[in-house]
Each structure stands twice: as structure tokens, then as C-alpha cells.
Design a protein around this ligand. Sequence first.
Ligand SMILES: NC(=O)c1ccc[n+]([C@@H]2O[C@H](COP(=O)([O-])OP(=O)(O)OC[C@H]3O[C@@H](n4cnc5c(N)ncnc54)[C@H](O)[C@@H]3O)[C@@H](O)[C@H]2O)c1
Ligand SMILES: [Fe+2]
Length: 384
Amino acid sequence: MFHFMNCTKIIAGEGTIQYLPAEAQKLSIQRLLIVTDSFFAESKVVAELIDQLKKVEIETFLFTKVVPNPRDIDCELGAEYANEKGVQGIVAIGGGSAMDEAKAIAAIAANGGTCRIWDNVPLHKKMLPTICIPTTVGTGSEVTFVSVITDTKRHFKMSLFDENNLVPSLAILDPILTKTLPEITLASTAIDALTHAVEAYTSIKSQPFSDALAMYAVGEIYLNLPLVTESENLENRSRLMYASTMAGAAFINSNVGAVHALSETVGAIYDIPHGIANSIFLGDIMEYNLDSCYEKYAELAVRMVPSIITMPRKEQAHQSIELIKKLIKKMNIPKLKDFSQVRVEDFDAIAQEAVNNELSLDNPKRMTKAAYKEVLEKAYAYDE
Ligand SMILES: NC(=O)c1ccc[n+]([C@@H]2O[C@H](COP(=O)([O-])OP(=O)(O)OC[C@H]3O[C@@H](n4cnc5c(N)ncnc54)[C@H](O)[C@@H]3O)[C@@H](O)[C@H]2O)c1
Ligand SMILES: [Fe+2]
């Protein structure tokens, strides 16, 4: 038995951010909290949006305490602010950090409590109506019913998760918003999406509906990411963005695995951006999983480079890892050693925490502390 859920309305296309006022009206929102990070807080995009919302008599309030790897204390402050202003809905403009923070604010504003109280505990009530407008091409948070928040006291990532009460009402996918992304952020968030797709497709909980989205997303990301970084073409950018949302819808139904277990741990301890952490570990974990995934990896290789179809299956499977490693290398994403805060002495504890992370349970091959440690050491020793 399996079930598949996606209850978020999606509006997609160039310039679709203009539909926000009308959509907020449809959700009966008259007072709206905008949650965004420091980049967009200063931007024309948000200023223009506030003007447009004013024209339809929607009063807006701005909350901009959003940092990469969003923090519990900020979500709790945001919820207090939302209730103080009596808002009826929230819009997030930004990457996974702004969207996850907005979802946590919306959940706490409606349910009370703190992030820690709702860590992996079903909410009592639906969160406030939430509209997500992603500006990166990675997390898929705009269609997922999870919010990943850093516990600032215990230095790990908590998950608010509720398939009924933490579902964004609307996702607006406007590729134009990603044009200001620095190249490394574009590439690393796209590799986050690729990781969602690969891990969803190979998870022990994989199922036909998420498989279809995941397989399609792998092909689209592989094809379009290099083209987006090489040209101004909006077509490739749009396809990359839609693939990241599809990968989100896939993994929220069949889960991610060891790459995320490790990247969440490393992200919380060293504050390494999520997409970069995934880019560091994806290739080596795929290699570790290979003997449990021959057929599936072979299928993904053909999605990425259709001419590979003539190769023997086993060779195709190896190729899928090579293609992904080469893509990541080409994107010049930072390596583990580039982060001065990383200490080899921590690897033992990190490996233990990654094994304890529930995401390890759905990995296609059993993860052990020794296996994680080996991956960490390999990633640290990485040499061009
Ligand atoms: N809820 C989920 O389903 C889910 C899934 C995967 C990851 N996550 C979480 O999402 C977070 C990561 O999100 P992310 O990778 O999208 O990055 P992010 O939201 O942290 O943004 C990264 C950086 O890019 C900047 N930025 C974002 N959009 C920009 C734009 N268009 N132009 C210029 N700068 C821009 C931000 O200001 C920030 O400095 C992590 O905390 C991770 O745990 C959530
Ligand atoms: Fe992710």
C-alpha cells in the first residue's frame, strides 16, 4: 500500500508573481504577513508587490528575520508578530529558508507552542493559509508539508511535518525571480533538487506516482542546469524551476535518504548551505548505494543521456554516478575542505548523528556509522 498527496495549487510561468493579490483575495486574506530574507527585503520585487496588494486593499506586514538554515527563535518571533498584527495569511518570498520559516510561523501562529514542541508531532489545527513563492531552484518546500528548522540550542535540524495541516495553499513558480541568484546558489540549489529526485526514486518507500515525477525531474535538471548557467534563456530556467518543484512533490511522498541525513547533520553543526552540503555527498553516497540500485540508476542514466540506452545495464548504472559527479564538478560548488569550521575530529560524532537520523532508514542500502565516516573522509580528501 502507498499513498500520494499533493494538495497545493500551482501557478507557473514568467511573470506569474502578478497573480498574488488576486489569489490572496480568493483565500479571503485582508491582512497579510510577508516573510522574506534580507536579499528580497531590499528588492524592488517586494516593494512593488506591497503596492499591488495595497491596490486591492490588502494590508501587508513585513518579517525579514530569515537566515539560511532558518532558526527556531526567528520562527517563534514571527508567529508572535503575525498574531499581534492579526494576519489571516502568510506569503513567503525566497528560498527554502524563507518558505520553511513562513510555514513554521503559520503553524505556530495557529497552534501556539514552539518549533521544539511541534518537532515531528502532528499539529492540532491547520496552519494559516500560506502562499509560497520560491526564488531558488532547490527545496520544493512550496509543495511539501515539512518545515526544516534549526534547533539553536541543540544544533540539529528539527522537522515540523503534517500532511494535513502544513500544506501550502498555493505555490507561484515565477522563473524570473531566480535571475538574481548567484551562480553557486543556483547550481547548489539545483543539485539539492537533483538529490531529492535521486533519493526519492531509490528510497525504499518509492512508488509509481513519485517515481514518475522524480525520473522526469532528474532528466530535466541534468539537461537544463548547465544551459541556464551558460545563457540568459528563460525557457531552460523555467524547466529547471518546475523540475525542482516536481522533485519536492516526489520526495515528500517517498522520502529522501542518506545524503539528506548527512547534509542535515553537517548543515546544522557547521551552518553549511543545504544545497552545497548535498552536492558534497551525493556522488559518494550514490556509489555506496550502487549495489542496491543497479536497475534504478541505469534508468536514471538513460533519462540524463538517452543515447546511453545501448549500453549494458550495469554500465549504465555506473554512468549515472559519473554523469552526476561530472555535473557537480562542472558547477564549481565548494567542497568540504573549503569550510574552515569543519574538523576531522568531529566526523565520528557526525556519523553517529546521521545514523540516528530517521532519513537513514529509507536509504536503499543500510547505513552504518562506518559507512558515513568513510563518506565524510572521502569528501574531505576530495582532490580535483
Ligand atoms: N521544506 C522542505 O521541503 C525542504 C526541502 C529541502 C531543504 N529544505 C531547507 O531549505 C533551506 C535551504 O533553502 P535554499 O537552498 O532554497 O536556500 P536559502 O533559502 O537558504 O537561500 C540561500 C541564499 O540565497 C539567497 N537568495 C535566495 N533567492 C535569491 C535570488 N533569487 N536572488 C538572490 N539571492 C537569493 C538567500 O538570501 C540566501 O542568502 C535549508 O534550511 C533546508 O533544510 C527544506
Ligand atoms: Fe533537500
